[in-house]
Design a protein around this ligand. Sequence first.
Ligand code: ADP
Ligand code: G6P
Length: 480
Amino acid sequence: MRQSSLVVVANRLPLDDNVAPDGACEWRRSPGGLAGALHAILEGTPATWVGWGGGVGPTLSLPDIGTLRLRPVPLTEDELRGYYEGFANSTLWPLYHDAVEQPVFDRGWWETYRTVNRRFAEAAAEVAEPGAAVWIQDYHLQLVPQMLRELRPDVLIGFFMHVPFPPPELFMQLPRRLELLGGMLGADLVGFQRPQAAHNVAQLASKLLGARGADDAILMTDGRVVRTGAFPVSIDVTEMEALNARSYVVNQARQLRHDLGPHKKVLLSVDRLDYTKGIEHRLTAYSELLRDGHVKVRDTVMVQVAVPSRERVESYRGLKDRIEREVGRINGEYGRVGEPAIHYLNQPFDRADLAALYQTADVMVVTPLRDGMNLVAKEYVAARADDTGALVLSEFAGAANELEDAFQVNPHDVDGLKDTLLQALDADPADLSRRMSAMRAHITENDIHAWARAYLTALDHTGQLARRLPRQREVLVNRG
Ligand code: ADP
Ligand code: G6P
């Protein structure tokens, strides 16, 4: 068994569904912040990624992607339902997102969640070199840190939560709260998107585990210290800048602008089709602006990209039906022949086409009801090389902590949302340019490489781990 000094453990492997006939394997940029963020860092870094390859049943061994080895973890159909669709995405996901959708507590799912977490821990234990660093990701694998500590006390264990960590009063609803909290605190360093999350965990650790919790460290009853902190995840700004300059992207953006109506203001939203993203609130606000005559189809158009996600989970199916009905109603009432009020695209896009969409949008509308970070907001900023465009951003996205110059909004307040959309549509270009330039400066300084370096330096004080990551320039050279 080949072992690595850096092991990343995440629910999904980032591989393409189709391995080519010659065995070559390509990154599948699955639409989700986690895969995108890690992809940027691990391309060119010697490491092993432990994860589920999609589908059910035994997974064949997978070819390496450059310096990255893939270690698949198979799931059965029952495990997919109980662990991924059940406990992870019907219990934890809604609860961690302010319970904007009712979490489901099904007692049958817990055992499966535990069994699958153990399988991930065993796989990580197998591929980690003596003294390796193992970096576990997200709510799917919250029990893995403690399980791995028992199997391999010699390794450094990091855990990063990409989604929000809820306030104690919500977390306390979880029937298995003790195991979930203790499991996560098996790590040496637990990272979150926002400082508030570390505060919530400190309070819970004191209350539930009898630990001494502060916002940057927790002293466990066995004397072990777990460090905690905020490490806001980011995007690969260099990748986005390289895309911006590609002639395909520039031409595609020009074509899109022509197709949408050269003189129209374009409002754009890009989300996974998820109830946390506030798509329905946004459609209500836009529809009321059309109804009240504040916005007219002849001079404004909305594009909603909603990539299919977790399609077998009941709450996602219901959402899709509601959104499609509402888009149909709005177009039926306000559209004209050849001139819809909303273009609705329920499909994945490749990076270049997404970049072209970002370049076309006068107003980017990002209105999640709760979101760990929201990388789409950062991607839009990175795509606006000329400092034009307006970003409307929910206060409840982690990105709002950093992108202070966005038009921030409470998406639950539909009247406030309508006013903010109008403000963004009518803003003075000089004001927009000042805002965009400040936001671009922030994300350029705080890109995905800075995130990985900050986290890994905190995990390993010697700085050895961080030094192994490629610098931005090397990443570009590797990509040819
Ligand atoms: P989440 O992780 O909850 O999905 P983020 O906004 O953090 O939300 O990350 C979404 C990622 O998925 C972004 O990198 C975005 O570019 C990508 N994405 C969103 N929609 C699509 C789509 N239709 N096709 C391809 N990628 C998409
Ligand atoms: C969010 C989660 C990720 C997840 C992604 C896509 O970003 O934090 O862990 O991978 O959504 O969701 P999916 O269920 O398709 O993996």
